[in-house]
Design a protein around this ligand. Structure first.
Ligand SMILES: CC(C)(COP(=O)(O)OP(=O)(O)OC[C@H]1O[C@@H](n2cnc3c(N)ncnc32)[C@H](O)[C@@H]1OP(=O)(O)O)[C@@H](O)C(=O)NCCC(=O)NCCS
Length: 223
C-alpha cells in the first residue's frame, strides 16, 4: 500500500521539477524556459488544432504527416481525432493560439507489445524554444502512466530536428531510406511519474485559465 508520506514527497518533488528551471553543474539555470505549460486538449479545442495545422506551410505539413497533405485532409484528420483513446497535447500563447500540438495515438502494437505513436508540430515562429522536446517528454510521461512499453516516432530521415529529439530521449533510430522510425523503450509507471502528470496538468490548467481571463478582459476592452 502507498503511504501518505510517499505521496507528499512525490508531490513536492514533482512540483519542484515542474516549477524550477533545470540547473547546470555550476548551479546556473540551464534553460530559463523550462516551465512550459502543456495542456491536454479536448474536442472543444478542435477549431484551434485545425487552425494550428492549417497554418503549417507545405514543407512542414510534409514533415508532420509524411505526405503533401491538403487543407481538406487536415480537417478530416482533426474531425477523426479520438480524444477518448488518444492524448492530444498543446502549448498556447497568451492569445490562446496553439503554438504547438502533439498527438499521442494509443492502440498501436510493436512486436506484440503496447505501443503509442507520437506526432508533433510547432509553428515556425516558436521553434528552437524546446517546445518540441517538451511535448515529447510530456507524451512519454503520459504513455508511461498508461502502461505503454514503447513510444514510436515515424519521421522522414531528413527531419533532423525530430530525430534529434527522439535520440536525445534515448530512442533507437532505424533508418529505411527516406524514412526512419524511432523506438523509445519506456520504463514502468511510478508514484513519481503519476504525481508529475497531475502536477503538470494542474500547472497547465491554471496557466490556461489565466490566459483565458486575460483574453476575455482584452476582448471586452476593445469592443
Ligand atoms: C520537429 C519540430 C517539432 C521541432 O520543434 P522545436 O520546438 O523547434 O524543437 P526543440 O526546440 O524542442 O528542439 C529539439 C532539438 O532539435 C534540435 N533542432 C531543432 N531544429 C533543428 C534543425 N532545424 N536542425 C537541427 N536540429 C534542430 C534542437 O537543437 C534541439 O536539440 P538540442 O536539445 O540538442 O539543442 C518542429 O521543427 C516542427 O514542427 N517541424 C515540422 C513538423 C515536423 O517535422 N514534425 C515531426 C514529425 S512527427
Amino acid at each position: 500500500m502507498i503511504k501518505a508520506v510517499d505521496i507528499v514527497k512525490a508531490s513536492l518533488r514533482a512540483g519542484w521539477a515542474a516549477l524550477c528551471p533545470k540547473q547546470d553543474s555550476d548551479g546556473h539555470d540551464a534553460d530559463a524556459q523550462t516551465l512550459v505549460p502543456i495542456r491536454s486538449l479536448g474536442p472543444h479545442q478542435c477549431h484551434r488544432i485545425g487552425a494550428h495545422l492549417l497554418s503549417l506551410n507545405a514543407a512542414d505539413r510534409y514533415l508532420r504527416f509524411g505526405y503533401a497533405v491538403q487543407d481538406a485532409q487536415i480537417l478530416h484528420y482533426v474531425d477523426g481525432l479520438n480524444f477518448e483513446r488518444d492524448e492530444v497535447l498543446g502549448i498556447f500563447d497568451r492569445k490562446l493560439t496553439l503554438l504547438a500540438v502533439a498527438h499521442l495515438a494509443y492502440g498501436q502494437t510493436y512486436r506484440s507489445r503496447g505501443c503509442a505513436e507520437f506526432g508533433v508540430s510547432v509553428i515556425s515562429r516558436a521553434r528552437g524554444r524546446g517546445y518540441g522536446a517538451g511535448l515529447f517528454d510530456c507524451a512519454a510521461m503520459h504513455a508511461v502512466n498508461q502502461g505503454v512499453d514503447t513510444l514510436l516516432i515515424h519521421a522522414l530521415t531528413e527531419n533532423i530536428a525530430m530525430l534529434n529529439i527522439a535520440r536525445a530521449a534515448g530512442a533507437r533510430v532505424v533508418r529505411d531510406g527516406a524514412e526512419s522510425e524511432a523506438y523509445l523503450e519506456l520504463p514502468q509507471a511510478t508514484l513519481n511519474s503519476r504525481i508529475a502528470e497531475i502536477v503538470q496538468a494542474n500547472v497547465a490548467d491554471m496557466d490556461y485559465r489565466l490566459k483565458r481571463q486575460a483574453k476575455l478582459l482584452r476582448d471586452s476592452l476593445t469592443t
